[in-house]
Unconditional design. Structure first.
Length: 157
């Protein structure tokens, strides 16, 4: 492969990585907001953040799909590409993208833990309400037993 072709491929890949990193930074911000609203249990705002994240993720996946052929081609000529100016920059951008993905995933773990804790608390509250309801139903039977005198009137009348 000609050196100029490699330079062009690296430039194309670098532009794609720059765009992916910009999207990942936005995703990182959204993930942070999702963590915050998960911890505060603001589910309406969480839904809005989920929508924003879905849109960013779709864009990122589409961009990554478009870069797949370039990435694959560069992987096949890695030895040659390593000698071309700009290769180390591309490698550094890949590292940055990987770190951003790792940070987003770590933030997501905190969000999922908060949501799991909220679900456990919700289930405990529901169980408590059900036990209270059963107790009140039993108490009502003791306090307000059914009227038996009405049955006597019905038989005589």
């Amino acid at each position: 492969m000609k050196k100029q072709d490699l330079v062009n491929l690296l430039a194309q890949y670098r532009a794609g990585l720059d765009a992916e990193i910009a999207l990942l930074r936005q995703l990182d911000e959204v993930a942070g907001r999702q963590r915050d609203v998960s911890e505060s249990r603001d589910y309406e705002r969480l839904s809005k953040e989920n929508d924003a994240r879905d849109q960013l993720t779709r864009t990122l996946v589409k961009l990554d799909h478009e870069l797949r052929a370039v990435r694959s081609h560069l992987a096949g000529v890695r030895q040659e590409a390593a000698d071309v100016p700009g290769y180390t920059t591309v490698v550094e951008l890949r590292r940055i993208a990987g770190e951003l993905v790792a940070r987003i995933l770590a933030t997501d773990q905190v969000s999922m833990k908060a949501l799991s804790d909220a679900d456990i608390a919700r289930k405990a509250a529901l169980s408590s309400i059900e036990r209270g309801e059963t107790t009140l139903a039993a108490y009502r039977k003791v306090i307000a037993p059914p009227l038996s005198s009405a049955a006597l009137v019905d038989r005589r009348g």
